[in-house]
Write a protein that binds this ligand. Sequence first.
Ligand code: ANZ
Ligand code: ZN
Length: 857
Amino acid sequence: MFSMKPEYIPHAVERAAQDYWVAHDSFRARERPGAEKFYCLCMFPYPSGRLHMGHVRNYTIGDVIARYQRMRGKNVLQPIGFDAFGLPAENAAIANNVPPAKWTYDNIDYMRRQLKALGFAIDWSRELATCQPDYYKWNQWLFLRMLEKGIAYKKTGVVNWDPVDQTVLANEQVIDGRGWRTGALVEKREIPMYYLRITGHAEPLLADLEHLPGWPERVKLMQANWIGRSEGVKLAFPYSLDGRDEKLWVFTTRADTLMGATFVAIAAEHPLATRLARDHPKLAAFIDECKKGGTTEAELATQEKKGMATGFSVKHPLTGAEVPLWVGNYVLMAYGEGAVMGVPGHDERDFAFALKYRLPIAQVIDVGNKPYDDTQWSEWYGEKTGTCINSNRYDGLPYEKAVNAIAADLAKKGLGEKQVQWRLRDWGISRQRYWGCPIPLIHCPKCGDVPVPDDQLPVKLPEDLVPDGSGNPLAKNAAFLNCQCPKCLGPAKRETDTMDTFVDSSWYFLRYCSNDNATAMVDERAQYWMPVDQYIGGIEHAILHLLYSRFWTKVMRDLGLVKVSEPFSNLLTQGMVLNQIYSRREGNRIVYFNPADVEGGVLKSDGKPVEAGGLGTMSKSKNNGVDPQLMVERYGADTVRCYMMFTSPPEDTLEWSDASIEGSAKFLKRLWRRVHDHVAPGAAPPLDVAALDAAQKKLRQKTHATLQKVGDDLGRRLKLNTVVAANMELLNAIADFDDASKAGRAVVQEALDALVATLAPIAPHICHELWRALGHAEPVIDARWPQPDPAALKADTVTLVVQVNGKLRGRVEVPADAGNDAVAEAALADENVRKFIAGAAIKKRVVVPGKLVNFVI
Ligand code: ANZ
Ligand code: ZN
């Protein structure tokens, strides 16, 4: 009997498998009450143009998990969509003079083709793009509900203003304080904006982190720090000004150090600073300078600490002593009271500030008679573990007692109380940009701000405008701008601000559940699928995206729209994809070269040396990306997927290596050949476990040991890399096993079945074909995940090391249940061992079962 041994042509195999899945609608997810559901979700891509390796890694990880869970019998949903609004589309529009809509939709078409070529088990019927009116209509609808509940509200906020382009700039468009296009010095402007009251949910957002055991600890910590709950005391330094008695409030977490407060510092924006600057031109100039600086927290943390005395002083709340008042650029207006009590003795920033401006430094906390040096900061000065000294009646009190005593004394005077502060700020969602979801409000000269009535939603964004960089084109588009007031029916103007794109991504996972519902934002299908069982994405979204999604979910729960309180049960943050960085100075610029164009330290094209900059994240700016498209074209999707999974555990960084992608290609080729060699003579006979010889049992044991390992690594530990490694080992064992007997072929069939089934989530196309070749009628996607047979796992024989006087002299294979005498007898039968004993008397015999036997002579 002859059969053809087909050659492995990845593209043909992949096309055939993909056609099969499409023809059978294999990945359409249906709600099946009673079936155990599994919602597997990857963070949706921004349609920037083409997929990059980070996407491929992300989606491969998700796909492996989705396919594995399906084989475990779960009813799996794996959707995808596009996070389609945002600034890059506007920038591309300015550069190429095409509307952002066209650019975006073209990119989506291209990336969809790429995703399909990678063979992801996606339910494409649920695809969505956030720039589609039937999606963003619900952003608007929920915004209006939030407005009704007071969760959405209007207040003035500070923005970056480019005076040349007359436009608001996003933070990333401000480079060294200047506009990215014009180079003009950026100004701060106050404009009305819309905010979402996320601070109203601060408490549950923090507390519920404890109910997320499936999240990485570090992500939870980042969220907790961002929410930033601080317990402290709000206390006042009284003063009189303009004939009135006033109180300057500060927030402190260290009320125990109050007796060491030697100055008070306020933010440049503090109303008292503004007031004092009226008669103090130098102070006014300093305040202006402070306001110019960056507003991001990172900028504030790293900038040089500067201050200026106001010449004014306030009174210490307990002693009544005069305390000088300063304006400090390190005091944030938006935190606490916008004012701090300066305790140089025990706060590092205050210490540096006091040294610089020669303010007194007083030690008021002692941690056991350590010498205090007021010219040099030491870590222990800031610790809470000591007791008060130099603090009159509080001397000797430890932290908590001191805080309580001081808070009580302040309360008696009406000068303080305990308080909880949150670092979290309300979420400003207004963007003065075109390519986003319009905020559904109408400004009427008679009625003021009027919400767009529900039956007029969505407020559609015109898709044919081309921004030119000078302001929001919506503000110049009469068709959009002019409208009728829903209340008085008079002429009115639409709000031209659009929503932060984080709004779009805060609930897309809910819309996937019912993306075809034209009359409701979500429906009971969300009850079926939610929460997401496994969410996979980049660590760069550890804070904002996840926090906003958690908040939005809670708001929707409060409105009765969903039942879950938390959207994502398990979170996996995949590591970055890295590659070498090569550069060279050309003139006064640094030019980066793609690693593919460099060999042996020189640029291939000109033979001149380049500088090796080590490993870095693949990025456009460093020109060290590898285009996944190219790799798929060269090797096929399965090899790329296999390589991605094999090279590192999902959470670790992945270093690109051409050699190792070759290794994955070879592995799949060998597997292909081995399966076809095996099936060439026809179907293998059934397996009779009772009639196997030692070698056959050994391969069988390897098969089941592999099953045990991969099941655990894929399912529980998500160590997808070891699944490939274990299967490579199994293939080696199969290759070494040369036995064409009936029983031998039966054991190989079992081994190949196990290998192909467990590799199927990773390399689904080749496994689709090989599974068929192995004689199975149902497709491998519908196969059940193979379980290890505990009986086969038990080794019949074990190999022991044989030592003579502690030196390795041989190895011996014995039955696993052999007694010590039988082991010794078998060891002494070994020729080499006998040679070293050379007839000498054995003084002692040590047997470590399963490991070794040692003869002492
Ligand atoms: C006196 C003091 C003494 C402080 C000491 C610390 C150590 P967290 O934990 O983040 O809540 N602070 C208060 N408001 C501020 C503002 N608007 N801008 C900058 N800093 C501000 O930090 C609370 C501490 O940060 C407060 O406690 C205050 O300094 C400072 F040995 O007060 B502390
Ligand atoms: Zn009106």
